[in-house]
Design a protein around this ligand. Sequence first.
Ligand code: CTP
Length: 395
Amino acid sequence: MTRILLIVGGGIAAYKAAELIRLLKTRGHAVRCVMTESAHHFVTPMTLAALSEDKVYTTLWDLKDEAEMGHIQLSRQADLIVVAPATADLMARMVAGLANDLATTLLLATDKPVLVAPAMNVRMWSHAATVRNVAQLRADGVTVMQPDEGMMACGEYGPGRLPEPPAIVAAIDAMLAPTPPKRLAGRHVLVTAGPTHEPIDPVRYIANRSSGKQGFAIAAALARLGARVTLVAGPVTLPTPPAVDRIDVETAREMAAAVDHALPADAAVMVAAVADWHVESVPQKIKKGEATPTLMLAENPDILATLARSPHRPRLLIGFAAETERVIEHAVAKRVRKTADWIVANDVSGDVMGGADNSVHLITEAGVESWERLPKDAVATRLAERIADALEAAP
Ligand code: CTP
C-alpha cells in the first residue's frame, strides 16, 4: 500500500481534490490530506476527511498533533507528496523555501518525491515569475505537471486548468513505478523530434504543427533504460529530458547534418516532422506593395531514407508516419519505400499534434500492431522497451 500525502492548495480547482482522493483510494492507496488556510474557502476538511478516511491536517499549531506526530514525521511517513491544486502562491513559497504554514513546512522537511499539479489563471501561469518558479522547482527535482488548457472558472481561456484527476493518478503511477533495468546501457540511440522551420526571408518561415512532445518523451524513455541518447530537436520550447544530449537545429538541412554528425548509433527513431521542402530564401525582408512574391520550393533531403542507405545505417531504423487518411495502408507502403525497419504510424487528423495522447500502429516486417490510445509518455515507454527487445534479440 502506498501512502500519499495530498496537499490541497486554495484554488477553485480544490473541489477536484475530492475526486482525486476517491480515485487513489479505489487503487488501494492510503491518502492523508493537508489543507492550506485558503483551501478552506473552496472545500471543507469534512469532505476530504470522509473521502480519505483519515484526519485532515491544517495547522502547524495543533500542539496535540505536534506531540503525537510532528510535522517531520507527517512528511516522512508518506511515500509521495502530491500538491493538487498547487496555486502560484504555493509554488512561489516552495521555491523560496518558506515554511510559514503546515503545507510549506512539510514540503521543506520532506525527503520524499514531490508531484505538483498546478492550477491558476492563464495569465498567472504565463507570468514571468511563475515561469521562473516552475523552472526552479523542476531544477530542484520536483515533478511539475503541465496544466490543462481550456475554459477557466474566471472565463478566460488557456493553460492553467488543473490536470484532470486521472492524469494526476497516471503521473503518480509513473513516479511510483520502480526504476526499470538499464536494458539499453552501452547503446547509442539517435532521436529526431519537433518541426523544422524553413526560412522564407530573414523574418518569415514555413513551419508545421509538430510540438515535439512525442519525440522528447521517446528520448526520455530511452535514457531511462540507460541508453546514451542524442536528441536532434527542431524549434520547440520543451525542456531537455534528464541525461539526454540535445542538439538544437532549425531547418531540415541542419537536422540532416546534425544526424550525420551524431552517427554511429545502434538505433535511430526519426520522430521529427521534417519539412519536405525549403524555400529558396532571399537575404532581405520581402516588402509588401511590390509584386506578390512566389515561393520557389526545393526538396529537402529525406533524412530517414538517406540514413537507411548510409554505410552507417543503425541496426534498427524507425520512422514515424503522420497520416490523415488510410493510415495503415500509407504507413505500410512508407516502411518499404524508406527501407525503415519499423514505422510508427499515427492519425493526425484529430488533436494529436500538440496533444497529450497518441494512438499509434507499430508496423514491422511481421505485420501491424495497433496500440490503444495512450499518453505520449506511455507510448514512449512501450516503444523504448520494444527497441531494447529488438537490440537484445540481435546483438
Ligand atoms: N522524414 C525525414 N526527412 C524528411 C521527411 C521525413 O527524415 N525530409 C522522416 C520523418 O522523420 C518520419 C518519416 O520520414 O520518420 C515519415 O515522414 P512523412 O513526412 O510522413 O513522410 P513523407 O516522406 O513526407 O511522405 P508523404 O509526404 O508521402 O506522407
